[in-house]
Design a protein around this ligand. Structure first.
Ligand code: DGL
Length: 256
């Protein structure tokens, strides 16, 4: 494995920052390089061929820069390109994300669980296999939310139009579900708006599980940064503007 000691974190845009926050909490001594492909977001409404091409292109670049591990902090890119990336770069440690159905199903046996994700994630066989593992222990409702990730890319997360968009997707589930699985890494940033629509439900996202998995794998490979190393986070984006970086910073430090 070529190494510069950094961990690369990749998403279609700002969404993976929700995963990055969990990574930094779990692994405070690591150096993270975050890349968001905001110029091409959203991925969740593109063809599989487009997602594959974009993801492989960006990941190749991250590996060329010597990352010791790559976190695909995007459910859509993991579902479409995770397996082919592992095949193409067998010496690189990849950690992907998937909808956190397992912890939600374990917390609510016999319960009713709403999964929100991009159209591409929910259309793929990978999701259906995951859902089949749990659908005899709970009732799963999957709702594709086209436009939501794109709207989050624009910021202004407390605007009424955002709440209205969420209402149009999941308003009919108010009072009918116990838990919500956020199957897109953008969605943790709009939990307050989803809560306004759905009321008192518990939220599950893949961030903490992804961070624990990365820590386990780095520990097993003896690749953890030493406790003496100060951690660091560096952002880059294909939408290389001051406004975009201001949004990245805002989401990284926002109270959730
Ligand atoms: N954040 C990504 C995910 O977890 C996708 C959002 C998008 O670009 O559509 O699925």
């Amino acid at each position: 494995m070529r190494e510069n000691g950094n961990i690369a974190v990749f998403d279609s845009g700002v969404g993976g920052i929700s995963v990055l926050r969990a990574l930094v909490e779990e692994l405070p001594h690591e150096r993270f390089s975050y890349f968001g492909d905001s110029a091409n977001a959203p991925y969740g409404e593109k063809s599989e061929a487009q997602i594959m091409r974009l993801t492989h292109g960006h990941v190749e670049n991250l590996i060329d820069h010597g990352a010791k591990a790559v976190v695909i902090a995007c459910n859509t890119a993991t579902s479409v390109a995770g397996a082919s990336l592992r095949e193409a770069y067998p010496d690189t440690l990849f950690i992907g994300v998937e909808p956190a159905l397992k912890p939600a199903a374990e917390a609510y046996p016999g319960g009713s669980i709403l999964v929100m994700a991009t159209p591409v994630t929910l259309a793929l066989e990978k999701y259906h296999e995951l859902a089949m593992t749990f659908d005899d222990t709970c009732t799963i409702h999957a709702v594709a939310c086209p436009e939501l990730a794109d709207r989050i890319e624009q910021g202004k997360l407390d605007a009424p139009d955002l709440r209205d968009l969420i209402e149009s997707y999941v308003g009919s589930y108010r009072g009918k579900v116990d838990a919500v699985v956020l199957g897109c890494t953008h969605y943790p940033f709009v939990v307050p708006a989803i809560r306004e629509v759905l009321g008192d439900v518990e939220f599950f996202d893949g961030g903490a599980g992804t961070a624990r998995q990365l820590k386990r794998r780095l520990t097993a490979m003896n690749e953890l940064a030493p406790d003496t190393q100060p951690g660091a986070v560096e952002f880059s984006s294909s939408l290389d503007t001051p406004e975009e970086y201001a949004l990245y910073d805002e989401l990284f430090s926002m109270d959730l």
